[in-house]
Structures are given as C-alpha cells and as structure tokens.
Design a protein around this ligand. Structure first.
Ligand code: AMP
Length: 554
C-alpha cells in the first residue's frame, strides 16, 4: 500500500524560493573579485537568479546542458548555482587551481555549453579558451566597467545579460533524480572523474548537514564558508544556508588570514568551515596582531586531517569549538562530523580532547564499515583498521560517462580509498589514504598520526610523512618539515619529540627540512609529488641493512 502524501519532488530551486519567502530580508554578503564588499538579501538574490535563468535560456541553454564556473565564493556564483540547476541544467564547478590543460580536459569531457568566470581568472580563460572547442561562450561575472581586456572568444558580460531580462521565470518541476551539479575529483592518478549530483541528493544532503550534531546551522547563524564553491559545493553550505535562512558571508578571493578575520568580525560570523591550511593562516594572523574573535563559536575543519595542535589552540586559546569532519567529492561531500554525545560529558578533559581528534560519526543517511584485504568486515572496536566503505543516498553510484567502470564493491558499497578505525560509538578515525599508508615489515604505520605529532611541536609550521623504500623493511617513514620562521629546530630534537608518543618502530627514520611542501589544487598535501621528489632518498638506516655484496663484485 502506498502512502497518501503529496509527491513533491526535492528540487534545488525550492531552497532559494523558501529563503525568499520566509527569510527574504536575510543578507548575503560577498567580498568581490572586483574589490568592494557587496551585500543584498535572499529576496534580491532570488529575483536576480530568475533573470539569470531567463538569460541562460535566451543563450540556448537547455535542460541537461552543463554550464561551467571558474569562480570564487560570491553572490554571482550563488546565483548560478540556483539558476542553472533550477532550470534543469547542470552546474559544473571547475577548480581554477588545476593546470590549464586539466581544466580544458574537464570542460571538454563535461561538454560545457558556457563557462562563467570571475575576472581574476581572465588570464587563465585566455590561455585555455582555444582548447575548449565545445564551449559556445565565456561569461565574465562582472559589469561592463570591469570587463577584462583579455582576448577571449565569444566573451559576454554577466551583468548585461541580467539587465536585459525580466524576473518572470517559473521554476519548472521535474524528477528529483535529475542531475543538478557536476564536480570532478582531484584525480591524483589518471584523468579526473566527474561526480554527478542530483536534486534529490543535494537537497537531502543540505537538510542533514544543518542538524545540531553536524554544522548546527539555523536562521540565527551567520556562516562564512571558506571552503570553495568550486570544491564539492563548499561542502553543501550554499544549499543548506537558504534552507534554514542563515546569513551567508562569502570571502571571494580574500582567503588570507587578514581578509578572513576582517569579515568574521564585521559580519558577526558565528559558523565557518574550511581545510586546516586556511585556519593556519588565520591563526598566524591573529597571533601576530594579538586579536580575538568576538562572535565566532563553531567551525568545521576537514578535507584533510586537522592537526590536534590546531584543535587545541582554537579551543583553548580562542574559545572556538572545532568539529572535525570527513567526506569526499563522491559523498557530496559530508560523511562524518565530530560531535560529542551526552554521555561524553562525563569524560575527563584529556579524553574529551582525544575524542574530538577523530573524524566523527556518520550523519543520518551515511552508513560505513571497515574491511580487510579480502573484504571481510573488521570489528568496530576503535583499534582494527581497514579499508573504509560507505553507502548512502548522496554517495556516487557511477562516475559521469561511466568513467572507470563500476566503482562499487559487492553489496553496493563505495570504497573510499581511505583507511581508518571505527569505535563502538561509531566515531571514525582516518589513519591514512590507502596509498599513503607506510608498509614497514608487513605492518602498517599511519602517516597522519606521525604528521599530527610533528605539528604539535612549537617549531613546526607544516609536516608530511611518506614511506621511502628500505632494503630490509620495504618502506620506512621519512618526515619532511617546514619550520616556523626563526625556529631553530634540529633533526635530533624532532625525533626525540616522538619518544613516548608512538611505538619505537613507528619513529621516522630521518627528517628533512624544506622551504615548502607541495599541495594539490584542493589544498591537500600532495604526497604523490613528495614521494616522487624523495623516491631515491637514501635513508641513513638503509645503508646499515643493505644486503652485503661480495666486495670483489660490488
Ligand atoms: P576530496 O574529494 O578532494 O574532497 O578528497 C577527499 C579525501 O580527503 C578523503 O577521501 C580523505 O582522504 C581526505 N579527507 C577529507 N577529510 C579528511 C579528514 N578530516 N581527515 C583526513 N583525511 C580527510
């Protein structure tokens, strides 16, 4: 027997329509690529989004067509999110930090009909436009006065397109399983693969991430998503904010500590989210200028393991509650967020701190398990670690155009490529990417654990640990460190810092100091580049255990 409730599809446009009707005067504030701060309301955003839908229709954009973006977090990008998906087309957010030929590959693979770009990226567009044969036109997201002088074919002006249209546009109703957005994975190996979100997955994900144990977003929030809208939809915040009527503060290109801090304060921001690297910049700026937060309460940090030292500093020195989160593009992206349960109030402060370091519990909708090499489920005891598999309504079933074949394991589980533990309360702890795990004498060493310890040393700015070939142990850990300015840190001091914190056989075999570490386009440490850089590195321990050769032949 079927239920007798209305069959209203879950559609992205309904989020903005709701915000217009019930939170019409709530603000959206943006630092723009042109410089000034722009502010308007959900009502005005909705009105302009309808004009934009008319403009795109006039340009010939049809349901199902892809419209690319190369843009910062800002009001025009927000309008594109809703206009493109709302009219039944697919918003394809492109990461401008990728190499131009990677971008050209992605735009070609997605067959973007148009690409909209912030003026910052005009030189990039000029370089790659010729290689993007499928793109019919390039829309500069600015007004006539700020149009780039770059030589770009079929260049259009966003504000002129809007000015020519009326705001009379009715959002169509269609199947909620229709595609709404497309985002390519970082693709550390092989070509990037497209993850195609649906209206249903996007709306469900938005509902769940607003919950108190997740981002705790409401009409009383002022949220500044630092995580880019070109990287997994800024973790879903541009959809979740209108759903609850939260004030949105977009940082635009100003991702340095000073610019972010200024917006936190002037816009009374109380929620934020970003990868550890940006928080490093903010903390650095605040320490240097002896600053405090006056309204910020909670931040979600994820995308890469958040160093314990960062959680402690934000919490103890600045009174900010850090919620460690984990997810991936293939998961829209939220999988787990760390929030303590009621019973954890009884924990001693150190135990509570240790719990907060984990990547958190799954939000409703996400199920997960860890398995061994044969696919056998491992115990949820917080100790056994294995390959992490996930399932849920906002998790990829297949990549765009079937790229890479069927990614799922038996039973419909998606292998995340991460390795971790799950404790009896369901808290996940990521110990590594499966390809970053260091395999020493048949046992696994967690590179994340070793990095976190190094990051706890006051002289360390950033640390990475990779496995380097070793004649006896197969692989041994090498610690690569960027020192803080002026820090007088030695190899011996750092190695001594590990004593008592990990088993002896986990200790890095050597330490190398570098000026900077390589990062991927999404701001994560590029272990691939690092491994390549150090592939011939001779560990001091290697010589001693090299298989002795006959001196007469050596
Ligand atoms: P992306 O698809 O670019 O968002 O990358 C997803 C990957 O980032 C995950 O599979 C993890 O390897 C890594 N990641 C995300 N969040 C965390 C976290 N909190 N701790 C450790 N790794 C993380």
């Amino acid at each position: 027997m079927l239920g007798l409730m209305m069959d209203e599809p879950l559609l992205v446009a309904s989020l903005l329509r709701h915000a217009d009707r019930y939170h019409g005067d709530t603000e959206i504030v943006s630092r723009t690529a042109e410089g000034p701060i722009h502010r308007y309301t959900y009502r005005q955003a909705h009105e302009r989004t309808r004009r934009l839908a008319n403009a795109l229709t006039r340009l010939g954009v049809k349901p199902g067509d892809r419209v690319g973006t190369l843009a910062w977090n800002g009001f025009r990008h927000f309008e594109l999110y809703f206009a493109v998906s709302g009219m039944g087309s697919v918003i394809h957010t492109i990461n401008p930090r990728l190499f131009p030929d990677q971008i050209a590959y992605i735009a070609g693979h997605a067959e973007d009909a148009y690409v909209c770009f912030d003026i910052t990226f005009a030189p990039l567009v000029e370089k790659m436009a010729a290689a993007c044969k499928v793109v019919k036109g390039w829309i500069a997201m600015t007004d006539r006065a700020h149009m780039p002088a770059a030589r770009i074919p079929n260049l259009l002006c966003y504000e002129e397109l809007l000015a020519a249209e009326s705001d009379g546009f009715d959002w169509p109703t269609f199947d909620e399983n229709t595609a709404s957005g497309l985002c390519y994975t970082s693709g550390t190996t092989g070509n990037p693969k497209g993850v195609l979100f649906s209206h249903r997955s996007t709306v469900l994900h938005a509902c769940v991430i607003t919950m108190p144990d997740a981002t705790d977003l409401s009409s009383r929030s002022s949220i500044l998503p630092i995580v880019p809208m070109f990287h997994v939809n800024a973790w879903g915040i541009p959809y979740a904010a209108p759903l609850v009527g939260a004030k949105l503060v977009f940082p635009g290109p100003g991702l340095d500590g000073a610019s972010l801090y200024e917006l936190f304060e002037t816009e009374k921001v109380n929620r934020s989210s970003g990868v550890p690297t940006v928080w490093l910049g903010i903390l650095h700026h605040m320490k240097q200028h002896n600053l405090r937060f006056s309204t910020l309460e909670k931040v979600v940090i994820g995308g890469a393991a958040c160093p314990p030292a960062m959680i402690r500093t934000l919490n103890e020195d600045y009174g900010i509650r850090v919620q460690h989160g984990w997810g991936m593009t293939e998961m829209s992206p939220i999988g787990t967020i760390n929030s303590p349960k009621l019973k954890h109030d009884a924990l001693a402060p150190q135990e509570r701190f240790e719990l907060s370091l984990k990547q958190g519990r799954p939000v409703f909708g996400v199920d997960m398990k860890i398995v061994d090499g044969e696919g056998k489920e491992l115990p949820r005891d917080g100790k056994a670690f294995g390959d992490l598999l996930v399932k849920g309504p906002w998790i990829v079933r297949e990549y765009f155009r079937g790229e890479g074949g069927n990614p799922l394991r038996p039973g419909g589980w998606f292998p995340t490529g991460d390795v971790g533990t799950i404790d009896p309360d369901g808290y996940l702890q990521i110990t590594d990417r499966s390809k970053d795990v260091i395999k020493s004498g048949g046992e696994w060493i967690s590179s994340i654990d070793l990095e976190n310890i190094a990051m706890g040393h006051p002289g360390v700015m950033e640390a990475a640990v990779i496995g380097v070939r070793h004649p006896k142990w197969d692989e041994r850990p090498l610690l690569v460190v960027v020192k803080k300015a002026g820090a007088l840190l030695t190899r011996e001091e750092l190695l001594a810092f590990y004593e008592g914190k990990v088993a002896k056989w986990w200790l890095p075999d050597d330490v190398v100091f570098v000026e900077q570490l390589p990062h991927t386009a999404t701001g994560k440490l590029s272990k691939l580049t690092l491994r390549e850089q150090f592939k011939d590195y001779a560990l001091p321990t290697a010589a001693a255990s090299a298989i002795p050769r006959d001196p007469a032949r050596a």
